[in-house]
Design a protein around this ligand. Structure first.
Ligand code: NAI
Length: 339
């Protein structure tokens, strides 16, 4: 029996992601939590003729003592028995905002939710979508460490949307009709120039014309801005993100059931994952997104494809590392030296 939980389930990402989980044969039980509207979303999804049993929990409206207890109880009900918890809770970007601008609000939201996971589902895998991922994942790691339940093999920053975009944009250039046939590793972090597509490591190999390379890299790094601009103040990527979040969750669940050879890039704590030390020697950062082989215990092996980067990509990696170090530090100090 597999229980999946979505925290922030009533939002732009949360709703379509919950829909995909509800119809997935890999999920037996689906629990939704949000600060608003979860009962409606759960009631709606419950009419879909699929086996997953669904439950929706909502926080109390206010923050007085009794209401706090009610919210705590809702989190407890949603999380107890969870095998995997996916977090798309928080505010999205508006035009002109960077992902780091979201930190002030989302840092506290992610912290509180991970405190509840540590209490009610300490063994669950945690997939964090809430931005800025480069900082929210370190926040989660610190909270779990403080609670004494940190398992680095089970904490993931979801960077799959960057991979999905890279596959789509490259297919548009090479003429591949089905972008899913391409494996384009994207490494580093999940914002602007911390996102590094490694086209030299693509499988099957791809030839990007030199005059298109800069624009392609830029489009992978800032593809999210296209959506933010097009939505004109109504948020950022939700549908493509729900697809990407589901693709990553499916990979985790298939690997947990023993399927072999499942590899997805994801933002992990390098010192805690096999193979991570070697990568850390190159990046000098505690966290980095690299292709990770997934298995029953979670992140089984971080695969070092950075050594194969060409000179052009090495420069991109250097830039990425600079930005990432600051983002990671911001997340860690939010917990260690609370504002
Ligand atoms: P949204 O505003 O539509 O939905 C967020 C949901 O979180 C809302 O339903 C809200 O009520 C809920 N929420 C707020 N505080 C909460 C709390 N304390 N507990 C539980 N739920 C809470 O936003 P959207 O578009 O769904 O984006 C969510 C997050 O995902 C944003 O931080 C956004 O930047 C991020 N994102 C990440 C991507 C990635 O590639 N990792 C891609 C796109 C967005």
């Amino acid at each position: 029996m597999v229980k999946a939980v979505v925290l922030g389930a009533a939002g732009g990402i949360g709703q379509p992601l919950s829909l995909l989980l509800k119809i997935s044969p890999l999920v037996d039980e689906l629990s939704l939590f949000d600060v608003v509207n979860t009962p409606g979303v759960a009631a709606d999804l419950s009419h879909i003729a699929s086996p997953a049993v669904i439950d929706g929990q909502v926080a109390a409206k206010g923050d007085f003592k009794g209401e706090q207890a009610e919210t705590e109880e809702a989190k407890k009900k949603a999380l107890t028995g969870a095998d995997i918890v996916i977090i798309p809770a928080g505010v999205p970007r508006k035009p002109g905002m960077t992902r780091d601008d979201l930190f002030k609000i989302n840092a506290g939201i992610v912290k509180d939710l991970v405190v509840a996971i540590a209490k009610y589902a300490p063994k669950a895998s945690i997939a964090i979508i809430s931005n800025p991922v480069n900082s929210t994942v370190p926040i989660a790691a610190e909270v779990l460490k403080e609670a004494g339940v940190f398992d680095p093999k089970k904490l993931f920053g979801v960077t799959t949307l960057d991979v999905v975009r890279a596959e789509t944009f490259v297919a548009g250039i090479t003429g591949e009709k089905d972008p899913r046939k391409l494996t384009i590793p994207v490494v580093g972090g999940h914002s602007g120039n911390t996102i590094v597509p490694l086209f030299s490591q693509a499988k099957p190999s791809v030839k990007i014309p030199e005059d298109k390379l800069d624009a392609l890299v830029n489009r992978v790094q800032f593809g999210g801005d296209e959506v933010v601009k097009a939505k004109d103040g109504l948020g950022s990527a939700t549908l493509s993100m729900a697809y990407a979040g589901f693709r990553f969750t499916e990979a985790l669940l298939k690997a947990a059931k023993g399927e072999k050879g499942i590899v997805e890039p994801t933002f992990v704590y390098l010192p805690g994952v096999e193979g991570g030390d070697e990568i850390q020697k190159i990046t000098g950062t505690d966290f980095f997104s690299v292709p990770v082989e997934l298995g029953p215990s979670g992140a089984e092996k971080a695969i070092n494809i950075l050594s194969g980067a060409n000179d052009y990509e090495k420069k991109l990696l250097d830039e990425a590392v600079k930005g990432l170090k600051t983002n990671i530090e911001t997340g860690v100090s939010f917990i260690k030296n609370p504002p």
